[in-house]
Ligand binder design. Structure first.
Ligand code: PMP
Length: 437
C-alpha cells in the first residue's frame, strides 16, 4: 500500500512537478516537459501568464469571494457580457459554475425546468451521442456515452437515449453525406420510438474530446440535428467545455459551422488553468420563462465568485490582446501539417483529425481495415509514456466499447510559437519511432 494519503485513478508513478513557464513544465529532477495537451486542455494560455497572475493578485487585494445572493460583482458582470459578445449575441444569458460537469448539470436542469414551466413535464429524455463525454457528476454522466464510465452507475443515473455520433474515419457508408444521412435517420428513429414530445434536448460536443480523440462533426450534420430539435420542439445543447474559448480558432466551435444551439456549456479554458470557472450560456427566452416561474432551482457555492470571474476575464482579454485566435489558425495549420507527415511516415497512425489547436491522432493495427490494436497491447499508455520520456505531454484514451481504438489528443496552449510546435513534433516523432521498434 502506498504511504501517500492521496489517491487517484490507477496509473503509472508520476514525477513531481516543480514549476512551469509558457508551454514548458519542469519536474523536481530538473527534466522539462512540453505541455502538448495544456494540462487537461485547460491551460490555454500556457503557464505563468503574467496578465492573468496580475489580474488575480489585483482581485485578491480587493475581494476574493462574495456569495451571489449577497452582492453583485463587477468581474462577474464583465465576464458575462464578454461571453455574450463572444457569441455575437447568439446567446444572451450566462450562469456561472466552477467546472465543466457543473455546466452540463446546469444545462440539464435548466432545460428540464424550462419545459416544466411551460407545462410540458412529459419531456423527460435527453438524446446524446456514443461515444461522448459530458462530465462525472450523475446528471452529466447520464448523458455521457462512454461505457467504462457508465457501467457502475447505469442504474442510478437517469441515462439518455444514446445515438451514434459522426465518425468520418470509420464510417461504413460510401460517403460523408451518406454517413450523415444515416446518423440523422437513426437519431430520428430513436426520438420517434421514445415519443417526439418526450425529448428535452439533444446534447453533443461539436468537436469531440478525449472520448473520441477529437472526432469532428460537419455542417450538414449540425444542421440536421438543429432541424430535428426544431421539428420535435426540443432544445439543442452544445457542450463546449473543451472546445470553447478559442481552442478551435473561433471563440466557440459552433461558429465554424454557423449552427446556433439554445444552450452552450463551457469551462476548462475559461479559467485557463488558474482558477476553476465555467459557464452555461443560454437563449434569453429560456431563462425568462424559468425566472418567471419560480427561478432556477440550482446553484453552487463558488459559482461566479469575484476571483474566478476576474481570472476568466483576464484569460479572455489575453486571447484578444495577443491575437491568439490568429495564432491558433497559423500554428494549428503547422501542427496539422506536421501530424499529417507523421501519419504518412508511421503506418500505425490511422487518422489525424481536428481543428485549430485541437487535434486527435488515432492508432490502428491495420491501415486498410482500420482495426484497432488489441486492448492488451496497451498502446495508448505506451505512447503516452514514451512521449513523456521524450519530454512531451499528450492526452490519451482507449475506447473500451469497441467503437474506436487508441487515440490521443495534441492540443498545446494557444500561445505556442513556431519553434515550440516544431519541437513538439520532433519529440512526438521520436516517441512514435520508439513505439514502432
Ligand atoms: N464536457 C466535456 C466536453 C469535457 O471535455 C469535460 C472534461 N473533460 C467535461 C464536460 C467535464 O468537465 P470537468 O472535468 O471540468 O467537470
Amino acid at each position: 500500500m502506498s504511504s501517500s494519503p492521496l489517491f487517484y485513478q490507477a496509473g503509472p508513478a508520476m514525477p513531481e512537478v516543480s514549476h512551469a513557464r509558457g508551454v514548458f513544465l519542469w519536474d523536481t529532477e530538473g527534466r522539462d516537459y512540453l505541455d502538448g495537451c495544456s494540462g487537461a486542455i485547460s491551460c490555454n494560455l500556457g503557464h505563468h501568464h503574467e496578465g492573468i497572475r496580475d489580474a488575480m493578485l489585483a482581485q485578491l487585494d480587493k475581494v476574493a469571494f462574495t456569495y451571489r445572493t449577497q452582492f453583485e460583482n463587477g468581474p462577474a458582470m464583465a465576464l458575462a457580457q464578454s461571453l455574450v459578445d463572444m457569441t455575437n449575441q447568439d446567446l444572451e444569458k450566462v450562469f456561472f459554475v466552477s467546472s465543466g460537469s457543473e455546466a452540463v448539470e446546469s444545462a440539464i436542469k435548466l432545460a428540464r425546468q424550462y419545459f416544466f414551466a411551460r407545462g410540458e413535464s412529459q419531456r423527460r429524455h435527453f438524446v446524446s451521442l456514443r461515444p461522448s463525454y459530458h462530465g462525472s457528476t450523475l446528471g452529466a454522466l447520464g448523458v455521457t456515452g462512454y461505457q467504462p464510465l457508465e457501467v457502475p452507475f447505469a442504474d442510478i443515473t437517469q441515462g439518455s437515449i444514446k445515438v451514434p455520433g459522426p465518425d468520418f474515419f470509420r464510417r461504413a457508408e460510401a460517403s460523408d453525406d451518406a454517413h450523415v444521412r444515416e446518423l440523422l435517420r437513426q437519431t430520428r428513429e430513436q426520438i420517434e420510438a421514445a415519443g417526439g414530445d418526450s425529448i428535452i434536448a439533444i446534447v453533443l460536443e461539436p468537436v469531440g474530446g478525449a472520448s473520441t480523440g477529437a472526432r469532428m462533426v460537419n455542417k450538414a450534420y449540425l444542421e440536421g440535428v438543429r432541424e430535428l430539435c426544431d421539428e420535435f420542439g426540443c432544445l439543442l445543447i452544445f457542450d463546449e467545455v473543451l472546445s470553447g474559448v478559442g481552442r478551435t480558432g473561433a471563440w466557440f466551435a459552433y461558429q465554424h459551422w454557423g449552427v446556433v444551439p439554445d444552450l452552450l456549456t463551457t469551462a476548462k479554458g475559461l479559467g485557463a488553468g488558474y482558477y476553476p470557472v465555467g459557464a452555461l450560456l443560454c437563449r434569453a427566452d429560456i431563462v425568462d420563462t424559468v425566472m418567471a416561474n419560480g427561478g432556477f432551482q440550482h446553484g453552487h457555492t463558488y459559482a461566479g465568485n469575484p476571483l474566478a470571474c476576474a481570472t476568466g476575464l483576464a484569460a479572455v482579454e489575453a486571447i484578444r490582446k495577443e491575437n491568439l485566435l490568429d495564432n491558433v489558425a497559423i500554428r494549428g495549420q503547422q501542427l496539422r501539417e506536421g501530424l499529417d507527415a507523421l501519419k504518412a511516415r508511421f503506418g500505425f497512425v490511422g487518422d489525424v483529425r481536428g481543428i485549430g489547436m485541437l487535434w486527435g491522432v488515432e492508432l490502428v493495427q491495420d491501415l486498410s481495415s482500420k482495426a484497432p490494436f488489441p486492448a492488451e497491447a496497451n498502446l495508448f499508455a505506451r505512447v503516452t509514456a514514451l512521449a513523456k520520456e521524450e519530454g512531451l505531454l499528450i492526452y490519451p484514451r482507449r475506447s473500451l466499447d469497441g467503437l474506436a481504438g487508441d487515440h490521443f489528443l495534441v492540443c498545446p496552449p494557444l500561445t505556442i510559437s513556431e519553434q515550440e510546435v516544431s519541437l513538439l513534433l520532433e519529440r512526438l516523432s521520436v516517441a512514435l519511432q520508439r513505439l514502432e521498434s
